[in-house]
Ligand binder design. Structure first.
Ligand code: FAD
Length: 477
């Protein structure tokens, strides 16, 4: 247990680290409820709603438009914001340390030294990342989809890859076209394999390989499919973009029900997206992936590889010795979201796990946990007993771009709709089409209304709808 006098060193009553789906909503909720002494810390200066990253990755969304600056939100609601990256937590001193920010050699920005911030209560809302699972070449040659920067890199690589393919088609001798990324050129990180290796070779489709058939991989596949003809070059005549989802297990989308799985599978296949099961990727190289099949391995062309295989907490979790964590790098928390053995430290969202009742890493969970803690933290300050967080699952919804939206609603909403349709309710309800799309967007609308308030929130929703319907939908680089 912490022993330090909280009043002596604290810089804020409540310090929240991580301004994502959970942490930012918590800061806004606490400030709206009248708490004056809230400090939100994030390594970035603006917030982007992650469930739309696949739109940015396909070039169909605009990061700049969707970004919300933390400083502006802090001013609007009356909490404080500080840019910083968590380096360590010292529970005995009730303080955290933020890493130094190096300055630039050209003096364009000054160096910021490491800082210590004291708290009375601390909330860790650090989110999650995609693990490379120890597979060789993932970090060097594949793209991840964890951040807006990642999403922009995918959009850039996809767009330039298609252009390189187009040019190779134009200049190839008759009958030959396309890019063979496996013939290699200079490779710079995860970017540029295709454009650097744009050599003529027998024509073949531009190959996109998505590793992992979770919601992220599936939605990205559908959006890339829609965007394939809208980039820096038109899709060349006769040439195709081939999108393949590789799933390591025998089951497509292991986390959803059979009915939903079949519905999504069918829609993707109708679009020509290939789905291959029991494909364990053993290595990613420049322009190819190696797949183990029993004792053998097969190498396959892959101009763009997106690694979307699961979710774990960030690396810093393992480095914080004072707090207990699991193998997935998540802080172990009580059913009241308190870190074990520390009554003034809490964790929520993707970086937290309740052993008794593990929950999926979704914005729904993070948002509900923020709502819970907005009530719980002040109660705990008053010495009241801990309450238990209960997740109210509202269902699973996926947007498959032009292939529509599908999903299952759970809980009250499902009951209401079920009753309206004459069914008994209480079961998950399958939804499709416009209604599913509206329900899918509902989660973000709620987030926007909470963060921006009813007036700005409504304006944001209207402008979003107009942007979508009036186009051009493709982001201009
Ligand atoms: C492509 C994609 C699609 C998704 N689609 C859906 C969907 O349709 N529905 C759904 O419910 N969920 C979806 N999710 C999952 C959802 O986005 C996450 O579960 C949710 O954002 C988790 O919220 P969080 O608050 O825990 O973390 P995040 O929203 O990830 O926020 C974490 C914050 O912490 C900051 N941070 C991290 N480390 C540090 C540090 N050391 N110091 C300071 N700041 C730090 C980050 O900058 C970030 O702002 C999707 C995720 C992705 C990537």
């Amino acid at each position: 247990m912490e022993t330090h006098d909280p009043q002596r060193t604290r810089d804020a009553d409540i310090v929240i680290v991580g301004g994502g789906a959970g942490g930012l909503e918590l800061a806004v909720r606490l400030a709206k409820a009248g708490h004056k002494d809230i400090l939100l810390i994030d390594r970035d200066t603006s917030h982007v709603w992650k469930p739309r990253l696949h739109e940015i990755a396909a070039g169909l969304g605009r990061r700049q438009v969707d970004e919300l600056g933390y400083a502006g939100l802090a001013e609007q609601w009356g909490f404080r914001y500080e840019c910083g990256t968590l380096a360590s937590v010292e529970p005995e001193q009730r303080q955290i340390t933020l890493a130094a920010i190096p300055g630039r050699e050209d003096h364009a920005s000054a160096e910021v030294p490491a800082r210590v911030r004291g708290y009375r209560q601390l909330v860790l809302a650090l989110g999650g990342v995609t693990p490379d699972m120890g597979v060789e070449g993932v970090l060097e040659h594949a793209c991840l989809l964890d951040s807006p920067d990642d999403a922009e890199r995918i959009a850039q690589q996809f767009s330039r890859g298609l252009l390189a393919n187009h040019v190779a088609m134009e200049t190839a001798p008759t009958g030959d076209a396309g890019v063979s990324a496996t013939q290699g050129g200079a490779q710079v990180g995860a970017e540029g394999s295709t454009q650097d290796s744009a050599k003529e070779s027998p024509g073949r489709p531009y190959q996109v390989v998505i590793v992992g058939s979770g919601a992220t991989g599936v939605e990205l596949a559908a959006y890339l499919h829609e965007a394939r003809g809208m980039h820096d070059a038109p899709a060349p005549k006769g040439a195709k973009v081939e999108i393949t989802i590789l799933e390591a297990t025998e089951t497509f989308m292991p986390g959803v029900t059979q009915e939903l799985r079949e519905s999504i599978h069918q829609r993707l296949e109708e679009q020509g997206i290939k789905i291959e099961l029991s494909r364990q990727v053993a290595k990613v190289s420049s322009g190819s992936v190696e797949i183990s099949e029993g004792d053998e391995s097969v190498t396959r062309d892959a101009d763009l590889v997106v690694w979307a295989a699961g979710r774990v907490g960030p690396a810093i979790v393992e480095e914080i010795d004072a707090l207990e964590s699991n193998k997935k790098r998540q802080f172990t928390v009580t059913p009241g979201l308190q870190c074990l053995g520390h009554d003034s430290i809490f964790a929520l969202g993707d970086c937290a796990n309740i052993d008794e009742a593990p929950l999926p890493p979704t914005a729904q969970v993070a948002s509900e946990q923020a709502e819970f803690l907005a009530d719980e933290l002040p109660r705990r300050q008053q010495g009241e007993p801990a309450q238990t967080f209960e997740f109210k699952d509202r269902g699973t919804l996926l947007s498959l771009s032009s292939a529509g939206s599908v999903g299952e609603l759970s809980g009250k909403l499902s009951d209401k709709l079920g009753n309206a349709q004459g069914s008994k309710g209480n079961d998950d309800l399958q939804v499709r089409g416009r209604f599913a799309r509206a329900a899918y967007q509902g989660l973000q609308r709620q987030h926007q209304f909470l963060l921006l308030g009813p007036l700005k929130g409504s304006a944001e929703v209207v402008s979003d709808v107009l942007r979508r319907s009036m186009g051009p939908r493709l982001k201009v680089h």
